[in-house]
Design a protein around this ligand. Structure first.
Ligand SMILES: CC(=O)SCCNC(=O)CCNC(=O)[C@H](O)C(C)(C)COP(=O)(O)OP(=O)(O)OC[C@H]1O[C@@H](n2cnc3c(N)ncnc32)[C@H](O)[C@@H]1OP(=O)(O)O
Length: 130
């Protein structure tokens, strides 16, 4: 799993228990999954179709630095199935795991469309091929 984005937990990210609000964490995960899928599929028209059971393993508090990891579970026909782990950057303690985030590649009409991808690609390799 590669950890791409880091976030610092700010006062506005806290719930009444003064730990990281679950909804904020899910927002960060959804954005990260969308970014990951847009880059992998080379298409901005990608939407979240499905997110599996989420498991809040531990919490984070104000000032914690968290990092968001993504990995590919499967390249489907129009779908890209991802899994995600968010952990504390400094202690490596897991905060949340999501085993299946299904993103769907759309065409200009907003319908599912084959993306033609079969493996993870890196932007630097794409650029060196030009
Ligand atoms: C980044 C964001 O937050 S986006 C905003 C939130 N998301 C949305 O608004 C999406 C709203 N949903 C939709 O527009 C539609 O459901 C669509 C276009 C995504 C999919 O439409 P469907 O008619 O279900 O498409 P279809 O049945 O052809 O399936 C498309 C793919 O999704 C997969 N899929 C469909 N339903 C599910 C499901 N419940 N769980 C997991 N995968 C699913 C299919 O297996 C298929 O994958 P494949 O092509 O790799 O085999």
């Amino acid at each position: 799993m590669r950890y791409h984005t880091r976030k610092i937990v700010k006062p506005e990210d806290l719930n009444p228990n003064e730990t990281l609000f679950g909804g904020r964490l899910l927002e960060w995960i959804d954005e990260e999954a969308a970014l990951y899928a847009v880059i992998q599929l080379e298409n901005k028209r990608v939407v979240t179709k499905y997110m599996s059971e989420i498991n809040f393993v531990s919490s984070a508090v104000q000032g914690d630095i968290v990092e968001i990891g993504m990995d590919v579970v499967k390249f489907g026909n129009s779908s890209l199935i991802l899994k995600c782990e968010v952990r504390n950057k400094l202690t490596r303690k897991t905060i949340i795991k999501v085993e299946n985030i299904t993103m769907v590649n759309l065409n200009a009409e907003g319908r599912p469309s084959p993306h033609g991808k079969t493996k993870i690609e890196y932007v630097k390799d794409r650029l060196s091929q030009n």
